[in-house]
Structures are given as C-alpha cells and as structure tokens.
Design a protein around this ligand. Structure first.
Ligand code: GLN
Length: 191
C-alpha cells in the first residue's frame, strides 16, 4: 500500500473503553474513529473490539442489527478483541456459555482470574497492562500463535488477521502500547 496513507483504525463504540485507544492509535501513526454503524465499518482499515461487558455488547449488536456486518468485517480486516472483545471473537465461551462470532479458535472462561482479582496490573513484554474481570484463555486451536502469557495461560494471541488480548493495554498512559503498535503493523501488512 501507499506508505504515506494513514490507516484508519475503528473502535466499536457500543459500550466499554473506547476513547482511551485514541492516543495509542495516533501515537502509532494511524487515525482513530469510534464506529457503530455498518456504514462506519466500511470506512475503516482495521477494527478494535474494546473491553467492557460482553453480554451488554451482544445485546446492543443484536438490537442495532449489526451481527452480519460485523461478521463480514471479521472475514476481511484485521480485528483485535480486548477482554470482552476477545470473548466476542472466541470460538467457545464458558462460565457461562454465550453466543460468539467464533472468528478465532480459542476457548475463554469469563471472569476466569477470579472475582477477588477483579483488577490487577501485570507487565506483559515489559509494558504494564490491566486485567479487569478478565477471561482466561483456556485453550487455543491449531495455528493460534501465543505472543505472551500470564500465569502460564495465553494472554495475547493471534491467528492470521485476528488478534486477542485478555488484558487492557489502553489504560496505561504511555503511548503507544506495544500491542497497539503490533496491531497497526498487522493492519499495515494487510492493507
Ligand atoms: N468480564 C467481562 C465480560 O465477561 C469482560 C471484562 C472486560 O472487558 N474488562 O464480558
């Protein structure tokens, strides 16, 4: 692609931590857009499904009839699911089971790190990130690359153009996070 063209990275803005991504995306040399309609999705080069509450996001996706247009985006653009976003992308969701897009062959156990550890900070690849009522990625399918682990469990994974992190890097005010950098590199390779 034209190296001068800035990529436009969309963050699904139905619920959850949307705006904190802006500074990371811009520091990594791309533009940010909060997206919530099928028309918005067509404008972006790559999509972030943010952390928040996956059950609420699912309800809003269905209420606004976005299921098919999101599923279509997942087949053709780089997508990064963060925490609740990783739950939406997972093939299998446990505790309790819930509907998902099955765009990434992983199994996640919701709130798997335990309620007493609702929120904790950890260094991943030398960068402080937040686990907030995070899922545990309990299984990864064939072809899934584990980029980083936490407590011997995969915490940052990727297969092809689909990436997921169980944690939030965007709440750390040191821009850009290595995960944003990696995602935008992936989007550059794909564009
Ligand atoms: N526990 C939330 C869920 O199950 C995820 C939390 C988060 O995204 N920080 O959807």
């Amino acid at each position: 692609m034209d190296r001068e063209k800035k990529l436009l990275i969309g963050v699904l803005a139905l619920q959850g931590a949307v705006q904190p991504h802006k500074a990371h995306i811009e520091a990594a040399g791309a533009d940010f857009m909060a997206v919530k309609t099928a028309a918005d999705f067509e404008k972006i080069d790559a999509l972030i499904l943010p952390g928040g509450e996956s059950t609420t996001m699912l309800k809003l996706i269905e209420r606004f009839d976005l299921w098919d247009s999101l599923a279509d985006q997942f087949t053709k653009k780089p997508v990064w699911g963060i925490c609740a976003g990783s739950i939406l992308l997972a093939e299998t969701v446990l505790s309790p089971t819930q509907k998902s897009f099955a765009a990434l062959p992983i199994t996640v156990e919701r709130n798997g790190y335990g309620r007493q550890l609702d929120s904790h900070h950890v260094d991943i690849n030398g960068y402080p990130v937040s686990f907030i009522r995070a899922p545990i990625i309990t299984e990864v399918g064939q072809g899934v690359e584990v980029i980083a682990s936490h407590n011997d469990r995969p915490a940052w994974v990727k297969k092809g153009h689909i990436m997921a992190t169980a944690f939030h890097p965007e709440l750390t005010l040191d821009f850009p996070s290595p995960m944003h950098r990696a995602f935008i590199d992936l989007a550059r390779e794909t564009a």
